[in-house]
Design a protein around this ligand. Structure first.
Ligand SMILES: Cc1ncc(C[n+]2csc(CCOP(=O)(O)OP(=O)(O)O)c2C)c(N)n1
Ligand SMILES: [Mg+2]
Length: 341
């Protein structure tokens, strides 16, 4: 476990270079900046919807560092902006999705934040809770049938998803067939307005792994370096024939579920204010400055460049055209094939 800023304990960097540590922080700040921009654009009436993942930055940026670009497959869920950025999605692509413009991967027809990129190994995102775990298991099964080694599938979901029958079927199938897959639960203690205590009989998702016959690991989801380390270990095991792992990263959803939700109707401001003290973004900034990985000036420069990138992506995407009615059936399938042929 890496040190918390200000504790004076030894910092365990888990083999990460200074450049990699800064890359993790960069994704965390970019994640937050783009997400806050999404909220602002929604409140300005410019986009219909944005989701909220404040509190998930550390687990996502850490796990993304364990993903091997060009080899692995990521099957994420809607709250994974940071993971998607961490494996190579650009700020411009994020804004095309939020503004629903024609140059978006799904030509502006998908739900916002539901990205897809064959180039990045990023599966198209399903809004149906836990459905992505079956898709991910299918991809891992294909890897096994083709006798591929050195690559694996990373799939993510929330605590609420682990109550779905489909989740249990997917995990059971992966364990039975020893598939190259890692199941990463971002346990933020809420499923919209349903608290964890109304979701399951005990609060630990990772313990379910034992029932299926795979390793179950719990990690502090506010610690990006620890999240990187457990994900890397599990992905390496999966890549080399060791089968699946269930990881539970304990974090917290600081904002409402989405721009369409008002969390004041189901949880107190005192609870949220208290949990915001665990905010992983300023904590990791402080840690890297304390450890001499960044100076205060280089941290400010990093934030300025992220803000400039966000502004540029916003302005550029906003000028792109919306899809037209005649675009409805284009870019649904790769190649010239169209559904009516
Ligand atoms: C099968 C299904 N049931 C219900 C919904 C509505 N829904 C959307 S998000 C959500 C909460 C999911 O909570 P969790 O899995 O903990 O993920 P989180 O949003 O907290 O990250 C629900 C119930 C849905 N999309 N799909
Ligand atoms: Mg949740």
């Amino acid at each position: 476990m890496s040190a918390k800023a200000g504790t004076g304990s030894t910092f365990e960097r888990q083999g990460l270079s200074d450049e990699q540590l800064v890359a993790i922080l960069r994704i965390m700040i970019l994640h937050r900046t783009l997400e806050n921009r999404g909220f602002a654009l929604n409140r300005q009436g410019k986009i219909p919807f944005a989701s909220a993942s404040e509190g998930h930055e550390a687990v996502q940026a850490g796990a993304a560092m364990a993903f091997e670009r060009g080899k692995d497959i990521l099957v994420p869920y809607y709250r994974d902006l940071g993971l998607d950025l961490g494996i190579g999605l650009t700020s411009y692509e994020v804004m095309l999705s939020l503004f629903a413009r024609i140059d978006d991967h799904s030509a502006g027809r998908q739900f916002p934040h539901h990205y897809a990129s064959k180039k990045l190994g990023l599966y198209t995102i399903s809004s149906v809770i836990a459905a992505q775990t079956s898709h991910a298991v299918g991809a891992a099964y294909a890897m096994k049938l083709r006798k591929e080694r050195g690559r694996a599938v990373l799939t993510t979901f929330g605590d609420g998803a682990t109550s779905e029958g489909e989740w249990h079927e997917a995990v059971n199938f992966a364990a039975t067939h020893k598939l190259p897959i890692v199941f990463l639960c971002e346990n933020n203690e809420w499923a919209i307005s349903t608290p964890l205590s109304a979701q399951m009989g005990q609060p630990d998702v990772y313990k379910r792994a034992a029932g299926y016959g795979m390793p179950g690991v719990v990690v502090n989801g506010f610690d990006p370096v620890a999240c990187y380390a457990v994900t890397k270990e599990a992905m390496d095991r999966a890549r080399h024939g060791g089968g699946p792992t269930l990881i539970e990263a304990k974090c917290y959803r600081i904002l409402s579920h989405t721009t369409d939700d008002d969390d004041r109707s189901y949880r107190t401001r005192e609870e949220v204010d208290e949990r915001r003290k665990e905010d992983p973004v300023p904590a990791f900034e402080r840690l890297l400055v304390e450890q001499g990985v960044l100076t205060l000036q280089s941290l400010e420069d990093l934030k300025a460049s992220i803000l400039a990138e966000t502004n540029e992506a916003t302005d550029r995407a906003e000028t792109v055209a919306y899809p037209r009615p005649e675009d409805l059936f284009t870019r649904l399938h790769e190649g010239p094939w169209e559904p009516w042929q």
